[in-house]
Design a protein around this ligand. Structure first.
Ligand code: IMP
Length: 431
């Protein structure tokens, strides 16, 4: 079995949780390498719905070790709640979960600063998840953060460190934002308490990942968010604050490139986005509403209605090329079952000129108008199909077109939310 990376090919919410869950059978480890509780992976097993924000979906497979990698920003309050909630549902967590000591702590002041910054930006806001992601990465980059390894400090040292950070954040809160300060002593005591709970899971990542470097363990790397939300390669400034593309796997784990293995990009059969920023194929009005209703497109983390639109091939090819995706997994094909026509953007019109590559420079994408190719819909249910040949011919045509245009094989198609609602197509969909 080869190592494998799962990367979001769009603006997040591609259904990575389900794919990671399906592909984690038989691997030794699942590792998250970036982001924090802004992610929301929903997995259905039988009648049970599990929404995971920090913990890799692999936790639902007994015996699979899970690691929160050093590139993450981790809210210890949320982490404890997530662990306890899974344990209440009968999932064994603490023996299977490890946390890199080099990951950053996401503190209550990061969340407060995230909210206040967004409020201040008003109409120009990013539309963040409000989970404190940007301010936590800011602390990391300006070298003032607390790391998970600090939870191993003697309690009085941790308490002192925490109070110092809160007092400094309070200056920002009260002086810049005229907001109430946070109770430093109460929060520091809570953190010391949390440290007792979390510290046994904290590891030195270099030591912990030795079996992976030596090729003795197989890994599934679980990406969060998506290519177009990457801090460097996404639609800046309407992005998250981490590298959600392939480079993030290396910086977020400390593993060398040879550990990557197969690179799978997850794409929805259409496109969604939460938060603000350009989205050329967005459908407004009833059309968008229909797609949202059909796909149940409401955020797993914030419950916000997702913006919906047609598949964008320029953005798709950009994701394939940027990440070196060799196998595409297409999700939610069944959502398109009821549509009489299905469209795909094959190019952009930029102020009267034809554009055939996704533009990276800020401000350009918002001026692009999509040029569509229309496909007749299949108007038949696909959710019971388990084989390519069982799919309606029109659906197969749609898949073949996407495969050819993306320049990567479609190796899997998801036709429903259950674990087994998958069609595996390791040699692609073109017959
Ligand atoms: P932040 O990561 O909370 O700072 O949010 C920045 C942008 O990324 C906003 O547009 C969010 O809606 C978006 N975003 C962050 N995490 C996710 C995710 O897991 N799925 C989809 N969008 C996300």
């Amino acid at each position: 079995m080869e190592n494998r990376v799962i990367i979001g090919g769009q603006w997040g919410d591609e259904g990575k949780g389900k794919v990671v869950d399906a592909l984690s059978e038989g691997v030794d480890r699942v590792i998250r390498f970036q982001g924090g509780a802004n992610a929301g992976h929903t997995i259905y097993i039988g009648q049970k719905k599990h929404v995971l924000h920090l913990i890799p979906s692999g936790i639902l497979r007994p015996g699979v070790k899970c690691l929160l990698g050093g590139g993450m920003v981790i809210d210890p309050w949320s982490l404890r709640d997530e662990i306890l909630s899974l344990e209440q549902q009968g999932v064994e967590v603490r023996d299977q979960l490890h946390i890199s000591g080099t990951a950053q702590l996401l503190m209550p002041y990061h969340k407060r600063l995230d909210e206040l910054k967004e409020e201040r930006l008003k109409r120009k806001c990013i539309g963040t998840t409000g989970r404190g992601i940007g301010p936590a990465y800011l602390d990391k980059i300006q070298r003032t953060g607390i790391r998970m390894g600090d939870l191993l400090l003697p309690p009085e040292n941790l308490e002192r460190k925490c109070i110092e950070k809160i007092l400094s954040a309070n200056e920002m809160l009260s002086e810049f934002y005229q907001a109430d300060p946070l109770p430093s002593r109460v929060l520091a005591e809570e953190l010391v308490d949390l440290a007792r709970f979390i510290a046994p899971m904290v590891v030195d990542p270099y030591r912990e990942l030795r079996p992976v470097r030596e090729g003795r363990e197989t890994v599934l790397f679980e990406g969060a968010q998506g290519t177009l939300l990457d801090i460097d390669h996404g639609t800046y400034p309407f992005v998250t604050s981490s590298n959600s593309t392939i480079g993030g796997v290396l910086t977020g784990t400390g593993l060398p490139p040879r550990a990557l293995g197969e690179i799978n990009g997850i794409f929805k059969a259409y496109l969604t986005r939460v938060g603000n920023g350009p989205f050329p194929t967005e459908l407004l009005g009833d059309e968008g509403e229909n797609l949202r209703e059909a796909g149940g497109e409401f955020g797993a983390t914030t419950g916000r209605a997702r913006r919906c639109g047609w598949f964008d091939l320029l953005a798709g090819r950009y994701a394939v090329d940027t990440n070196g995706i060799s196998g595409v997994i297409l999700t939610k094909l069944d959502v398109l079952d009821g549509f009489p026509t299905v469209k795909v953007a094959t190019g952009y019109d930029l102020d009267g000129e034809a554009l055939d590559t996704f533009p990276c420079l800020s401000g350009v994408l918002s001026r692009c108008r999509p040029v569509y190719r229309e496909f007749p819909g299949w108007e038949k249910p696909t959710s019971a199909c388990r084989d390519l040949q069982e799919l309606p011919a029109a659906a197969r045509k749609y898949l073949e077109f996407l495969e050819e245009q993306l320049g990567a094989l479609i190796v899997g198609v998801s036709v429903g939310r259950e674990r087994d609602q998958m069609i595996w197509t390791p040699t692609g969909v073109t017959t």
